[in-house]
Design a protein around this ligand. Structure first.
Ligand code: GLN
Length: 503
C-alpha cells in the first residue's frame, strides 16, 4: 500500500470531507468495521478467564487459575504479535483491504468454533481468532492512515474518532456477552428453548462471532468508500515467498523465546531484551545517514515508549482488577455492582474524552504538540495514575477504599492513552516507508504484545494482604515510568530530527 506524498495544494484525499465530522468518507466504514471487530474481541476476552476457571458442572473447563492466566497471557500476546506476519502479508501479497476481509472471516470462524463445547474446539478457536486478528488489526489501522496525506491536519483527529469506535465496541460487548454467559435470566430462556443452560458461555462466544459478521457486512456494504486505498501490489511485482517464510519463522522464534522466558526461570533474563533490543535498533538506525533509516529509529523510539506504556496500562485487567475486586467497595450511592464492571470504566472515559481530544487537535491545528511530545505527555499521565495508587494502597490498611480511586486512575490513564495510542497509530503510518506500512504497523502491535506480556509479569507481584508492600509496588513502577518519561522528554528534539519533517 502506498502512502500519499507531501503536497502543498489540497490532494483528492484532503478534499474528501463527507465522513464523520468532516473526515474522509472511508473513515465511516473503518470506524464501524473496527467497532464490531473489537466488540467480538473484548466480548470474548471478558469471558475467557472466567470460562476457563469455571467448574465443569457450570459448563467451564475447570483449569486452575495459573494455567488460565498463562493461556490468557499467551493468547493476548499472540493476537498482537501476529500483526507482524499480518502486516507483511498485506504489504506484499493481499493488500490491506483483502487482508481485513479475510482476517474478519477467520476471526468469525474462530468465535463460532468457540461456540462448540470441546477442548479441541477451544484451542482451535483461539488460534483462529489470533491469526485472523493478526491479519485484520494492523491493516485496518493502516487503511485509516492512507485516507489522509501525511500533512493532513485532520489525521490525528481521524485516528481519535477511529479509536472511539474501538471503545464503543469494547464498552458494549462485555455487557452483552456477560449477560448471555452468566445471567440467570438468559439461562432460563435457554431452558425454555430446550437448550442446556450450562452451555451459556458458548452463546457469549457465538455473540462475539455475530459481532464480527456484522462488521464484515458493514465492510462490504461500504466497500466503495475504500476503493482508493489498501490495494495489493501490482500483479507483475514478484511475491516474496522466501521472505514470508522468514517472517513467519521469525515470529515463531520470538513466540518460542517469550514462552521460554515465561515458563523456565533460567531464561527469565530474555525479557530484558524487550527493552535492550529496541534501544540497539534506535542507536543503529539513528546513526545512519539515510532519512528513511532515521525514521526507522524514530519508529523504534515510539515502539519502546509504547512497550513501557502498555506494561503499566495493561495491568488494568489484572492488578487494577484485583485491587477493585479485593480492596475496593463495589458500591456507589448505595448501589452494589459486580467488580467486573470496572473493566468498562476505561472505555467510558475513552468515549467521553475522545471528542474532547479530537476537538483539541483540530483546534490546535499546526500548533499541536509533536508526536514525541504527545507520547511524553502520555507517559506522564500514566505516571500520575500509578502515583494515585500509592495513597490508595496505603489506605487499604484501614479496610476497603472508595471505587472513585479506580475511576480516577482510569481517568488519568485514559488521558495518557489518548495522547499515545491513537497518535501512535497515526505516526506509524506517517513514518513508514510506503511499501512497509503494514510491517511497521506490525512493529507497533508487537510493542503492545510485549507490553501485555510485561504487564502480566509485573502483576504477579501484586499483594492484597500487605498495604505498605502494595504501596511500594506502585511506587516502584512510578519511579520506572517517571524515569522513562524524563528520558523521552530529553530526546524529543532528537526524535523530531529523526522524523525528518514528519510531525
Ligand atoms: N484498546 C486498544 C485496542 O483494542 C489498544 C490496544 C493496544 O494497542 N494495546 O485497539
Amino acid at each position: 500500500m502506498t502512502t500519499p506524498i507531501l503536497t502543498s495544494t489540497p490532494s483528492p484525499a484532503e478534499m474528501d470531507t463527507g465522513g464523520i465530522g468532516g473526515q474522509p468518507r472511508g473513515l465511516t466504514n473503518l470506524f464501524l468495521t473496527e467497532l464490531w471487530e473489537r466488540f467480538g474481541y473484548y466480548g470474548m476476552r471478558a469471558l475467557l478467564v472466567l470460562f476457563m476457571v469455571a467448574p465443569a458442572l457450570r459448563g467451564g473447563l475447570e483449569f486452575n487459575t495459573k494455567a488460565a492466566g498463562l493461556i490468557y497471557g499467551t493468547y493476548t500476546m499472540s493476537v498482537y504479535m501476529l500483526s507482524i506476519p499480518g502486516g507483511f502479508i498485506a504489504d506484499n501479497f493481499l493488500g490491506a483491504r483483502a487482508a481485513v476481509f479475510w482476517g474478519g472471516i477467520i476471526i468469525a470462524c474462530g468465535y463460532f468454533t468457540l461456540a462448540i463445547h470441546s477442548m479441541t474446539a477451544f484451542y482451535t478457536g483461539l488460534v483462529l481468532v489470533a491469526c485472523g486478528t493478526g491479519l485484520l488489526k494492523p491493516n485496518i489501522s493502516c487503511m485509516v492512515g492512507s485516507l489522509y496525506s501525511r500533512e493532513d491536519p485532520r489525521r490525528d483527529a481521524g485516528f481519535s474518532i477511529f479509536y472511539m469506535g474501538i471503545n464503543i465496541g469494547a464498552f458494549l460487548a462485555p455487557l452483552l456477552t456477560g449477560w448471555l454467559a452468566q445471567s440467570d435470566a438468559f439461562k432460563e430462556m435457554l431452558r425454555g428453548w430446550g437448550f442446556d443452560p450450562v452451555r451459556s458461555w458458548h452463546w457469549g462466544f457465538g455473540a462475539a462471532g455475530v459481532g464480527m459478521v456484522i462488521g464484515l457486512v458493514v465492510f462490504l456494504i461500504m466497500k466503495h468508500r475504500l476503493a482508493h486505498v489498501g490495494h495489493a501490489p501490482a500483479a507483475d511485482v514478484p511475491r516474496p515467498w522466501g521472505r514470508l517464510l522468514g517472517v513467519l519463522a521469525g515470529a515463531g522464534v520470538l513466540f518460542a523465546l517469550v514462552r521460554l522466558s515465561d515458563t523456565n526461570p533460567a531464561f527469565s533474563w530474555i525479557s530484558y531484551g524487550y527493552v535492550i533490543l529496541p534501544i540497539l535498533a534506535i542507536l543503529w538506525f539513528g546513526t545512519r545517514n539515510d532519512p528513511t533509516l532515521k525514521r526507522m529509529a524514530a519508529i523504534f523510539v515510539f515502539a519502546l515508549a509504547a512497550i513501557i506504556f502498555w506494561a503499566i496500562f495493561e495491568q488494568a485487567g489484572s492488578t487494577i482488577q484485583l485491587f477493585g475486586d479485593q480492596l475496593t467497595r463495589t458500591e456507589i450511592f448505595g448501589f452494589k455492582f459486580p467488580s467486573a464492571w470496572f473493566q468498562s470504566v476505561n472505555s467510558i472515559w475513552v468515549i467521553t474524552l475522545s471528542p474532547v481530544f479530537a476537538w483539541i487537535w483540530v483546534r490546535l491545528g499546526d500548533r499541536q504538540p509533536s508526536s514525541p511530545m504527545k507520547f511524553t505527555i502520555g507517559l506522564f499521565f500514566l505516571t500520575l495514575s500509578f502515583m494515585v495508587m500509592v495513597p490508595a494502597a496505603k489506605l487499604t490498611a484501614d479496610g476497603k477504599v472508595s471505587p472513585l480511586w479506580i475511576v480516577g486512575v482510569f481517568f488519568l490513564q485514559t488521558v495518557g492513552e489518548l495522547c499515545l495510542s491513537p497518535v501512535g497509530l497515526s505516526t506509524m503510518t506517517k513514518l513508514a516507508p510506503g511499501n512497509l506500512v503494514g510491517l511497521v504497523m506490525g512493529v507497533w502491535f508487537l510493542a503492545a504484545a510485549l507490553g501485555n506480556k510485561l504487564a502480566g509479569v509485573l502483576a504477579g507481584e501484586f499483594t492484597a494482604t500487605d498495604a505498605p508492600a502494595l504501596a511500594a509496588f506502585f511506587q516502584q513502577q512510578v519511579i520506572w515510568v517517571g524515569v522513562a518519561t524524563v528520558a523521552l522528554l530529553a530526546i524529543v528534539p532528537w526524535v523530531r530530527k529523526l522524523m525528518g519533517g514528519v510531525r
